[in-house]
Structure formats: C-alpha cells, structure tokens
Design a protein around this ligand. Structure first.
Ligand code: MG
Length: 379
C-alpha cells in the first residue's frame, strides 16, 4: 500500500491573518495590524509583511557581511569563536523559542533578530568607538542608529525606493535599541524578547569562546555563582562527566535556565497586569527581564567577562591595531573624499564627507577593512 497521499484536497490553505489569529496571543503583534511601510506596496499573495521584512534583511548585503565581522574575537584568534553572523543566528534561535512559547509573532521576531547587529562596523565595539570619536562634532556614531541608516538609505536594492522599505514596526523596534532608556512607550513584546535573546546568547557564548581561546579556565568560571549553579543542575542529572562534557552541558543548561526563568516571569507579569493587546504592552513597563536572582548572577558573569575577556591583553592588542588602522583610514578618506567609492562620494552633498566616510568604513567587514588599509596605507 502506498503511503504517499493521492489527494491534498483535505488541506485548506490559511491566509497569514487566519494563521496568526489561530496561533498568536492577543498581546502579540499581528501582521494585519501593521501600520505598513513608508512607501506603500501591494500586499504579497502568501507572505505576510514581517516575512517579507525577514527576507529583505537576509538578502541585504549588510546582512551577508556580518559573516566577516568581529563579535568579540578576531579572525587571528582562530575559527571556533562566534562571528557577528553566528551570534545573530543564535539570538534569532533563542528569541524565536521565547516567542513561540509566548505565542508572539515569530516572523517579526526573526526579522528583528536578524537585523539587530547589522549596523556594526568592522572590529566590533573597538571600531564603533573610533568612528564615534571621529564623528564627535557630526552627531557621533552608534551601531543601532547605523542599522536604521542601512535600512532606510544605504542599502540600494529596489528601483522604487531607497533602503529596504521595512515595516514600520521593524524600524520602530530597531529605534528602541537606538534610544534605550529614553522616555516613551515600551517596545512590543517581539522587540523585548529579541533584546533578551541577545543577552542570553552573548553571556553564554562569550564565555564558551573565551574558554576555547584559552583566556579562561573552566575552574575559574565554575567559581562564578551562575556557572556554579548551572553545573550543580547538570551534575544532578549526570553523575560523571569529563570536563569537556561538563562544559558543553553547562552551556546548554545556561540557555535553558535563562529561557525558562524568563518565560515564567513574563507569563506571570502579563497575567498580573492584564496585558491583552500590543497597545497594553506599549502602555505598561517592559515585562521581559530575568528574575532578580538570575539578573544578579548574570551581572556577576558580565563583570567577570568584561574584566577577564573583553579587556584581556591579547584582545586589547588586536583592538588597538584595528583602531589605529581605522582612524588612519577615516582621516585620509575624509580629507580626500575623491578616494571613496563613487556611491559614497554621491552622498557627500547631503551628508558631508565625514558621514559619507563613516558610512563607507562602517559597511566594510574586518577582512575588507584590512584589505583597504593595505592597499592605501601599508606599502
Ligand atoms: Mg547582538
């Protein structure tokens, strides 16, 4: 007997609004309620607006270039560690898991997560600090604001409009990252879970990468309350583990523990405050944050990583070399913008040579930045 069905007539396709009305909670952002895009576009026959946003982000050149951009560790330190792209994919995974469990809009979450680090210049925060100083009198440089410039102006993929013409909810979510702490309505839950996913991902993987790079030992990490408790939880399930097995199991436990803690807290807060619509989410205080016990343990880990990893001499050497090269490139291109690629020269009348130079340099990957540096300055 064949197991291949002969007819699909029993399968009724659902429209995006029908599907979302079945799957999403009332406090989720439903595609049908999107306020739309800056440049109006006809609806797609089978993809919702946030699915299209997600696809536009994945097809953008800024997204692809995340693969050669530094997260914390540079290429010279091996190839085990996370790049901006693999970090981004880990964030998307954690945020989507949170979103599915909370019945949020996973398409919006994925679009926001894949986009969240797109504005990073080469060389991670070291590169960002240099460009921010270079533009001190011109409005400064911030990777979250740069992401908005990329979405709205710098990506040129469509004939009808500049940028990617993303849904205004995606731009608003990225805007929340750029103006964190500012007064105003709370971000949508989809935005809040991406932010939480970012924190869960980097707290966990930066420690793993530091172990692999030999900057830390497992014993040192196990003295921190967060790692200590995660190891106790693991050992309750597995009695005898090698140190490599323990390390991997603790990493899994750390993610699972943080996600479970968040879910429990968020569901309680949503119920306690009677939040039942995106409008109510915006009107309430943010609800996606860890319990105070876990927040305290995470803060201790972050302080430790800051001291022992982000400021490790080996990391700092690479950081200083990269910053010196970026500074030289900025000064040279800003003083003689005729050396910029034509599409950045074209932006000078509206943006001035310094912003156009920063846009060009920020768009480079680590690898491309070193190639430009060698071509122009290192002969
Ligand atoms: Mg990130």
């Amino acid at each position: 007997m064949s197991i291949i069905p002969t007819s699909h007539s029993a399968v009724t396709p659902l429209t995006v609004p029908q599907r979302e009305s079945v799957l999403l909670a009332p406090y989720a952002m439903h595609s049908a309620d999107s306020v739309g895009r800056r440049y109006a576009e006809p609806a797609h026959p089978y993809r919702g607006p946030f699915q299209r946003d997600r696809d536009r982000i994945v097809h953008s050149s800024a997204y692809r270039r995340l693969s050669y951009k530094t997260q914390v560790f540079t290429e010279s330190m091996g190839d085990y560690h996370r790049t901006r792209l693999t970090h981004t994919l880990e964030v998307a995974g954690v945020a989507r898991n949170l979103g599915r469990a909370l019945r949020l809009n996973e398409d919006l979450i994925e679009a926001l997560a894949l986009a969240h680090d797109i504005g990073h210049p080469p060389f991670g925060h070291a590169g960002e600090d240099v460009l921010d100083e270079c533009l001190a009198d011109d409005g400064g440089f911030n990777h979250n604001r740069q992401a908005l410039r990329i979405f709205e102006e710098l990506e040129t993929r469509y004939h009808d409009f500049p940028g990617l013409n993303l849904s205004l909810e995606v731009l608003e979510g990225q805007g929340c990252r750029a103006c964190k702490g500012a007064a105003g309505p709370s971000p949508l839950l989809e935005v809040q879970v991406v932010d939480a996913g970012d924190s869960i991902a980097y707290d966990t993987h930066d420690a793993d990468d530091a172990l692999e790079s030999g900057l830390l030992t497992l014993e040192e990490l196990l003295e921190l309350p967060l790692w200590h408790e995660a190891a106790l939880r693991v050992r309750r399930r597995f009695a005898a583990l090698s140190s490599d097995e323990l390390r991997r199991a603790v990493l899994h436990e750390l993610i699972d523990w943080q996600v479970s803690d968040l879910l429990q807290g968020v569901l309680t807060r949503l119920a306690d405050e009677g939040i039942d619509s995106p409008a109510a989410v915006r009107a309430a205080e943010p609800v996606v944050y860890p319990s105070s016990d876990l927040a305290e343990k995470k803060a201790e880990l972050e302080a430790f990583l800051h001291e022992r990893v982000y400021r490790h001499p080996q990391v700092m050497i690479g950081r200083r070399q990269a910053q010196a090269a970026l500074q030289m490139m900025f000064d040279a291109f800003a003083a003689d913008p005729a050396r910029l690629p034509v599409r950045f020269q074209d932006r000078i009348p509206q943006d001035g040579p310094r912003r156009a130079t920063a846009d060009y340099l920020a768009g480079l990957t680590d690898r491309a930045a070193w190639q430009v540096f060698q071509r122009h300055f290192d002969q």
